[in-house]
Write a protein that binds this ligand. Structure first.
Ligand SMILES: NC(=O)c1ccc[n+]([C@@H]2O[C@H](COP(=O)([O-])OP(=O)(O)OC[C@H]3O[C@@H](n4cnc5c(N)ncnc54)[C@H](O)[C@@H]3O)[C@@H](O)[C@H]2O)c1
Ligand SMILES: [Zn+2]
Length: 342
């Protein structure tokens, strides 16, 4: 087991890579604890949960709402949960985001931790202290920055994860490697088959390196004033594609990364050889690199992007594999570049 620390403005967060759900009790001993999970995770792992009151949520993005938060507040009130109560979310990004949000607001904030059960939440969602819910169809519109006391990343839980959810996690790992860590990128190129078959040592290295990358970025820029924006690599176009087509987040981000790589080549930052390496790695990881969609709708969604300022959009580009830069791209340059992938 390996431990990584985040020093957030609201406190320290310990991320435990390779710790197991069975040992959760060691992190919450003698405390008033309420567990929050979802139906799928409960179905597979309920028998491994420690004996504490449990709130079970439905699944999917539509449960990540203020109504669900209100439902949990009501349950906490009924259980007479106090300031000393600790909330533990056991699940993927949705359970963790809601748990963190509810814990940060109930009684003006109680302590919380996560057992992260999807690859995406282990490498991304449960690291970094962003907690929130969707509002009126806008993702993560309402939320807070607040660090969980601990995050357990138990890689054994990934065995029951559907493949499409696994691939979403791989997309974020490729993102981390591309923006910050050429050695991790090369490791992925050499070990993608083992990664796909969930070879324990390979997955542990991928999760650990990803958490190190994300947490070091967060340690330098917790509130996303500058450097943390790098983590949006592939996400500007990715979100627009996700919105217009409804394809899974990871697939949309894969397309977004291919696009950002081609823009980087056009700007003379990345070589076309490196661009091909990125596409090849994504393909090897069963992620898409081209898509057939309505350009107009994607451009409309891009125009609404919250990162848009003035005439252009702030875009994360690559100055070589392993080094991200943020540059402003004009809408007309975007239009031209979209031809390559759409
Ligand atoms: N807070 C952040 O910084 C941050 C970062 C990235 C993403 N997110 C959020 O994370 C969410 C997506 O997270 P996700 O991809 O983990 O989705 P998710 O929580 O919906 O989990 C995916 C699916 O897998 C199921 N599941 C979870 N663990 C399982 C297991 N071990 N075995 C079998 N099934 C399991 C879930 O029930 C669900 O159906 C989005 O809402 C996104 O906004 C947050
Ligand atoms: Zn993402």
């Amino acid at each position: 087991m390996k431990e990584i620390e985040i020093y957030g403005s609201t406190g320290r967060s310990k991320i435990l890579v390779g710790e197991s759900l069975e040992n959760l009790k060691n992190y919450i001993s003698n405390e008033n604890v309420v567990l929050i999970t979802d139906e799928n995770v409960s179905k597979h792992y309920r028998n491994q949960f420690p004996e504490h009151p449990l709130i079970t949520l439905g699944t999917g993005e539509t449960v990540k709402t203020l109504d669900t938060a209100a439902y949990i507040y009501q349950n906490l009130l009924d259980m007479n949960a106090q300031r000393s109560t600790v909330l533990v979310g056991i699940g993927g990004g949705i359970v963790c985001d809601i748990t963190g949000f509810v814990a940060s607001t109930y009684l003006r904030g109680i302590s919380f931790g996560f057992v992260s059960s999807t690859l995406l939440s282990q490498v991304d969602a449960s690291v970094g202290g962003k907690n929130g819910v969707n509002f009126k169809g806008y993702k993560n519109m309402v939320g807070v920055f607040n660090q969980p006391a601990f995050v357990i990343c138990d890689m054994n839980l990934l065995k029951t994860l559907p493949e499409k959810d696994l691939l979403c996690g791989f997309a974020e790992i490729v993102k981390h490697a591309a923006i910050e860590d050429a050695a991790l990128f090369e490791y992925l190129e050499n070990n993608y088959k083992k990664a796909l078959s969930l070879d324990y040592n390979v997955i542990e290295r991928l999760v650990y390196d990803s958490v190190v990358i994300k947490s070091s970025v967060v340690n330098r820029d917790e509130k996303e004033k500058g450097e943390r924006r790098k983590l949006n690599f592939g996400h500007t176009l990715g979100h627009a594609i996700e919105k217009t087509t409804g394809i899974p987040h990871g697939e949309a981000v894969s397309l977004g990364m291919v696009f950002a790589a081609s823009l980087s080549v056009k700007r003379g930052l990345l070589s076309s050889g490196e661009e091909k390496q990125i596409s090849a790695l994504l393909k090897n990881l069963k992620l898409p690199t081209t898509v057939d969609i309505d350009r107009k709708k994607v451009i409309e969604a891009l125009n609404k992007d919250k990162k848009r300022e003035g005439d252009g959009i702030h875009f994360v580009l690559l100055d070589g594999i392993g080094k991200a830069v943020i540059e402003e791209i004009s809408i007309s340059e975007l239009h031209r570049a979209l031809d390559n992938i759409l």
